[in-house]
Design a binder for this molecule. Structure first.
Ligand SMILES: [Mg+2]
Length: 395
């Protein structure tokens, strides 16, 4: 490892950033314009360094957009010190305001930021939670994230994953709120609630960031009431994402916690929602919002406002690994999102995630993100897989 030549501190230069879109088995999202298996929605990122160390990250965005963003950002990250994730990511944010602030450029910076933290962990030999401030827990509960379906199928799905050991569930999107049938909405929720394990938890996601969401505040208020009667733990995205005033009103009247924020990017976007009291639970997504650096700032700000943080993680194995380290590093995090039935979560690593008997996931202790992506597995979903791993010897 070289020194930076000024203060004699370690310096690991960024040589290149590689983007590898995943496709072939992209899971449905419940969107009205549904994702097809060959659409790329997740793109893996590798940061290659002159020390021969590679850090990995994940971006929620279409591959061509991410590639273009990586090219655009190159002049700002090339030759930078990979051991300074917050400084380098902030440089990328500050220098990209004019070309897509809060858009795909920000999503892409998320993947680069996660990968830089991974490099820092690998160089120091520490799991990220220690670098982020501490290790509050060894395990965290993953909640099983499922799309809604008609009641009989919904009950079967919950029962299937309950029998695989999950204790907490979120159901969302699909027909909920979209076919203008409150009886169907309630029947789906009741069917799911009826299959929970003893002490199990259920959350409901309206998915109002879907295109042309048809409902407003009055629907959200009525529906929140129905969900409270079924002991639902939170009501997610019950309103279109920008409806700040309506979120404030809904949160005041609802008997259950109101959550949201998954499509918002940049810490600055979350401030008005926190200041005005729009959410009981804030749900930034580490693969969109600006990475671990930004996610930690939002989660800590939420904590100071008395708002719970549960990261949104409709994710890959690498995105979940980041969520796990963040969950360890913060004092009051009891859940991570776990999308079931996605090859990109279950099949990118040689060692898949496994639940223990209490339905908990271990938080990795190995350096960095603490998981090892497997080139042969990733090859199944991306022709660029090999480029993620190729690296030149340390100079
Ligand atoms: Mg959601």
């Amino acid at each position: 490892m070289k020194s930076d030549g000024s203060g004699g501190l370690p310096f690991v230069g960024i040589e290149r950033v590689v983007a590898a879109p995943l496709f072939g088995e992209s899971p449905p999202g419940g969107w009205s314009s549904e994702i097809r298996p060959n659409d790329s929605i997740h793109t893996l990122i590798a940061v290659h360094t002159d020390a021969g160390i590679v850090g990995f990250g994940s971006v929620f965005a279409e591959g061509e957009l991410v590639r273009a963003a990586v090219r655009h950002l190159e002049r700002f990250y090339l030759g930078e010190n990979a051991l300074e994730p917050q400084r380098v990511s902030e440089k990328l944010h500050q220098n990209s305001f004019w070309f897509g602030r809060g858009g795909t450029l920000t999503h892409t910076i998320s993947g680069i930021d996660i990968a830089l933290w991974d490099v820092l962990g690998k160089v120091t030999g520490l799991p990220l939670c220690l670098l982020l401030g501490g290790r509050h827990r060894e395990k965290v509960m993953p909640y099983c994230s499922l799309l809604m379906d008609e009641p009989v199928k919904m009950a079967e799905e919950i029962a299937y994953y309950r029998d695989k050991g999950f204790k907490a569930f979120k159901i969302g999107w699909g027909p909920f709120g979209r076919v203008d049938d409150p009886k169907l909405d309630e029947a789906i929720v009741a069917a799911a609630a009826g299959q929970l394990p003893t002490g199990g938890r259920l959350f409901v996601d309206a998915g109002a960031s879907d295109a042309y969401w048809p409902n407003g505040l009055k629907w959200a208020m009525r529906t929140a009431d129905m969900l409270a009667d079924h002991d639902v733990g939170w009501f997610e995205e019950p309103l279109i994402p920008d409806a700040l005033e309506d979120f404030v009103t809904l949160r005041k009247s609802a008997r259950i916690p109101i959550s949201g924020g998954e499509v918002m990017t940049r810490r600055q976007s979350f401030l008005p929602f926190l200041v005005q009291g729009a959410f009981d639970i804030v749900q930034p997504d580490v693969t969109k919002v600006g990475g671990i650096s930004e996610q930690m700032r939002i989660a800590r700000a939420a904590q100071d406002f008395g708002v719970r943080y549960v990261g949104h993680g409709w994710n890959t194995a690498l995105g979940l690994a980041a969520d796990l380290q963040i969950a360890a590093a913060l004092p009051n995090v009891d859940l991570v999102e776990y999308i079931v039935g996605s090859a990109y979560l279950d099949e990118l690593t040689a060692e898949p995630y496994t639940l223990d008997a209490d339905g908990m996931l271990d938080i990795p202790t190995a350096p960095g993100l603490g998981i090892t992506p497997d080139p042969r597995q990733i090859e199944r979903f991306s022709p660029e897989a090999a480029a993620l791993f190729l690296t030149e010897a340390a100079s």
